[in-house]
Design a protein around this ligand. Structure first.
Ligand SMILES: O=C(O)C1=C[C@@H](OP(=O)(O)O)[C@@H](O)[C@H](O)C1
Ligand SMILES: C=C(OP(=O)(O)O)C(=O)O
Length: 431
């Protein structure tokens, strides 16, 4: 159902804590399920995507209870995983399918993985190729390496794999397969991608070697249960960072948020554009830094994006395009081809959405060109069922002259169920 948003006479003020990190929540649940015993995960992100991971591990025989955002995981360890009695439904979650494919590749049973319409269009050969090299068998029912996929796993052999695309999901899939495989598995990446799997393994008593962009894991380690807390999601915080930056008179603080350098690409690029953003590390949870981000409305200038900066801001690029409509000058966001393989083709969707609101913006193969200092007029937009497009459109409505009507905001449940309530908490009417 479509919804209309109009916040023209508002600015943003105050402090906020965003919900737990999606990437870290998925990984915490997976590692806790591999560890024999009882783990507690605090501030777990209860969203549609993370629920897919919970349901998948329940189907593998792990006992999982949720008490608010605290999740209790009781597992007999990996050796007790049982063959699921029906296909595992991955919904909209790319992280669940790709990481789970790595893990399931090492089990000698057959599992079928299915997904929603969007996930069924996304490329899976990026995990199928390395996992097949390790010895697992994949069968895509439609024959195009897309979902639904049948996995026949078993005893794997270790490999050394150079990632052909910058993807933390592929890297993590191989790390998880390597963890369950005798010998030493190595993954080499061209540009640094989020390193939450590597940072979390020691918390479960595992060891992993990271040197520059090479990750090496010794297989057959047994993990120990633990009690951990998930930091706030930097990618959710990014909506408030963008909103405060482009809305006059705004000043906000996001607290208890993950400030891992492999996720700070958006903030770093914005600072180069002249944004008034302060990042303070307050403490560490295991190896993950947690901190406070303080942002004020700023005058922004265009910058150039380097290829090695893209993975650290991959999910924030649609927001960067929105911010670029307000800069003093024109900006090209380059090297972003990977956006075409997300929940929707985010290059085309971002351009179509912002154009409908009055932006002067165009796309070519792997880039978006945005003309700055544009007054957004408002209008009707489509999200293509993509949570990040929906939230970006809501933020755009704060600076739009007329209302913004969004065809589907239900999809926000995928990553940030409280988004609209949190927005209302930060909005202050001009007096
Ligand atoms: O590993 C992860 O948790 C994620 C990695 C990124 O995907 P890719 O690995 O496909 O770039 C990102 O877009 C996604 O939201 C979460
Ligand atoms: C791309 C995303 O997630 P996933 O790949 O897990 O579907 C996202 O959350 O923006």
């Amino acid at each position: 159902m479509s919804e209309r948003f109009h916040f023209k006479d508002y600015s943003l003020a105050g402090e906020i804590e965003v919900p737990g990190d999606k990437s870290i929540s998925h990984r915490a649940l997976m590692l806790a399920s591999l560890a024999q015993g009882e783990s507690v995960i605090n501030r777990f992100l209860l969203s549609e995507d993370c629920n897919r991971t919970i349901e998948a591990f329940k189907a593998l025989g792990v006992q999982i209870e949720t008490h608010g955002d605290q999740v209790l995981v009781k597992s007999e360890g990996a050796s007790a995983f049982k063959e699921p009695s029906s296909p595992l439904e991955m919904g909209n979650s790319g992280t669940t399918i790709r990481l789970l494919a790595g893990l399931l590749a090492a089990f000698s049973f057959q599992v079928t993985l299915t997904g929603d319409e969007s996930l069924s269009k996304r490329p899976m050969e990026r995990v199928i190729t390395p996992l097949t090299k390790m010895g697992a068998h994949f069968q895509s029912i439609t024959g195009d390496n897309k979902l639904p996929i049948k996995i026949n796993g078993g005893k794997l052999m270790p490999i050394t794999y150079h990632l052909p695309v910058d993807s933390a999901q592929v890297k993590s899939a191989i790390i998880l397969a390597g963890l369950l495989t005798e010998g030493q598995t190595t993954v080499v990446e061209n540009n640094p991608t989020r390193d939450h799997t590597e940072k979390m393994l020691p918390a479960f008593g595992g060891s992993i070697k990271v040197e520059e962009q090479t990750v090496t894991i010794k297989g057959k380690q047994s993990l120990k249960p633990t009690n951990l807390t998930v930091p706030g999601d930097q990618s959710s915080a990014a909506f408030w960072v963008a909103a405060a930056l482009i809305t006059p008179d705004s000043h906000i603080k996001v607290k208890e948020v993950g400030v891992n350098e492999t996720r700070l690409g958006f903030v770093n690029v914005l600072r180069r554009m002249g944004a008034n953003i302060k990042v303070k590390v307050d403490r560490y949870i295991g190896d993950e830094p947690i901190g406070t981000i303080e942002v004020s409305y700023s005058t922004l200038h265009p910058t150039t994006i380097k290829p090695n900066e893209v993975p650290a801001m991959i999910d924030e690029v649609p927001l960067l395009a929105l911010v670029a409509t307000q800069t003093y000058g024109d900006m090209t966001i380059e090297h972003i081809e990977e956006l075409r393989y997300k929940e929707t083709d985010r290059i085309s969707a971002t351009v179509a959405l912002l154009k409908n609101l009055g932006a002067n913006i165009k796309a070519s193969n792997d880039q978006i060109e945005v003309y700055g200092r544009t007054l957004l007029k408002g209008g009707q937009v489509k999200t293509n069922g993509d949570h990040r497009m929906a939230m970006m459109a809501v933020i755009a409505s704060i600076i739009s002259e007329k209302p913004v009507t969004i065809d589907d905001v239900e999809c926000i449940q995928v990553s940030y169920p409280n988004f609209l309530d949190d927005l209302r908490g930060l909005l202050k009417e001009f007096v």
